[in-house]
Design a protein around this ligand. Structure first.
Ligand SMILES: NC(=O)c1ccc[n+]([C@@H]2O[C@H](COP(=O)([O-])OP(=O)(O)OC[C@H]3O[C@@H](n4cnc5c(N)ncnc54)[C@H](O)[C@@H]3O)[C@@H](O)[C@H]2O)c1
Ligand SMILES: [Zn+2]
Ligand SMILES: [Zn+2]
Length: 361
């Protein structure tokens, strides 16, 4: 028997989101129904609504979530009703080429629920990042549920499900930040501040935050930024060089995802340093640069999908650090909102008023 729940959908490109009835089927083999307790509003949800990801409307938005397992389908052995879980969009398959080669964070056959959630008229919904958690309950693959300490606050740990993990992982996993490094992070939203927090955890000596919004720069200091640059008034590349004895940073992370910020990241890094692109560009964006610069500056130019994380490895570890007071996940939660306030939260995100609005059920 499908259950009727309330959920937030995007019907078409650029249209305001809508709170409506969603039908959640009973879990089939390998699936689980999760009662969502909290779900953060990520910039990627807005990308979906704007048609920037794909055209598979209607979307059931929301994907940075934590909740309690309510039902599991046949064959699910590592999860049971009552488990507190953070949802992830990288349930690795274990058998694709990437998994077999020991690089499961590149898994290209990740698991999602195979049954669709639908509108009342039967229209299948595309759940954002295979999750769809701006809903009282959601249907996912059991591998998308990572058990963490039930004592942790859902609104905070749910953020590990996407943006904060993407940021932490961009620094630690993709960028390989280690002790003594200089790191610059361009764009200090939830993802960029995750990268700053990750760089601090990894022992970076200098952490330079770059944003166009002074409020964001102030918050970035709380996550570990040792220096800040206001991109509205400064030349970002030379300001980063000035702060690093003229060299540039060892690792520069672009958490905006635009040609101009990527170029800043490229030129603001030391020779043979690392650039990590974690912000998501839109399909129309182009980059034109002298090829000789790629050659002569050396180093590595990387993209970070979900911070190259492995949820089973990384989520419980970060929840431990959070509970020990070494990683301030609470500081990412700017406000707790109700399910009918997602559209307003997009607006606040746009105006830079919040790091994360989190829907709490
Ligand atoms: N790679 C991944 O796996 C992954 C996962 C989650 C989110 N993302 C992407 O990461 C990006 C950031 O997400 P978010 O939730 O932190 O968004 P956000 O809107 O909260 O933050 C973006 C920040 O960038 C700043 N900014 C914008 N233009 C700038 C510029 N030219 N120079 C300096 N700063 C600038 C804004 O002021 C804001 O503080 C988005 O593109 C999102 O889709 C990627
Ligand atoms: Zn795989
Ligand atoms: Zn996200």
């Amino acid at each position: 028997m499908a259950q009727e729940v309330k959920g937030v959908i995007a019907r078409g490109k650029g249209q305001p989101v809508e709170l409506t009835t969603v039908l959640v089927p009973d879990p089939g083999p390998g699936e689980a129904v999760v009662r969502v307790q909290a779900c953060g509003v990520c910039h990627t949800d807005l990308h979906y609504r704007e048609g920037g990801i794909n055209d598979d409307f209607p979307f059931l938005l929301g994907h940075e979530a934590a909740g309690v397992v309510e039902q599991v389908g046949a064959g699910v052995t590592d999860l049971e009703p009552g488990d507190f879980v953070v949802l992830n969009w990288r349930a690795v398959c274990g058998s694709c080429r990437a998994c077999r080669r020991g690089k499961p964070w590149y898994c290209f056959s990740t698991f999602n629920a195979s049954q669709p959630m639908t509108l009342s008229d039967g229209t299948a919904l595309s759940p954002a990042l295979g999750i769809g958690a701006f809903a009282e309950k959601t249907l996912v693959h059991s591998g998308q549920c990572t058990k963490v300490s039930p004592a942790a606050r859902a609104a905070a740990v749910g953020l590990l499900g996407c943006g904060v993990m993407a940021g932490v992982g961009a620094a630690v996993n993709t960028g390989g930040v280690s002790r003594g490094d200089s790191v610059a992070v361009i764009g200090c939203g939830g993802v960029g501040d995750g990268a700053i927090a990750g760089a601090r955890i990894a022992g970076a000596a200098k952490i330079i935050a770059v944003d166009m919004d002074p409020r964001k720069l102030e918050w970035a200091k709380g996550f570990g930024a040792t220096h800040t640059i206001d991109a509205r008034s400064a030349d970002v590349v030379s300001a980063i060089q000035d702060l690093t004895e003229g060299f540039g940073a060892d690792v520069v992370i672009d958490a905006v995802g635009r040609p101009e910020t990527w170029k800043q990241a490229f030129y603001a890094r030391d020779l043979a340093g690392t650039v990590v692109l974690v912000g998501v560009p839109t399909p129309d964006m182009q980059l034109e640069m002298p090829l000789i610069d790629f050659f002569s500056r050396g180093g590595s130019l990387k993209s970070s999908w979900y911070g190259d994380c492995l949820p089973t490895r990384d989520f419980p570890m970060l929840v431990d650090l959070y509970q020990q007071g070494r990683f301030d996940l609470d500081a990412f939660v700017s406000e707790e909102i109700a399910l009918d306030q997602v559209e307003a939260a997009f607006d606040k995100m746009h105006k830079g008023e919040v790091l994360r609005s989190v829907v709490v059920f």
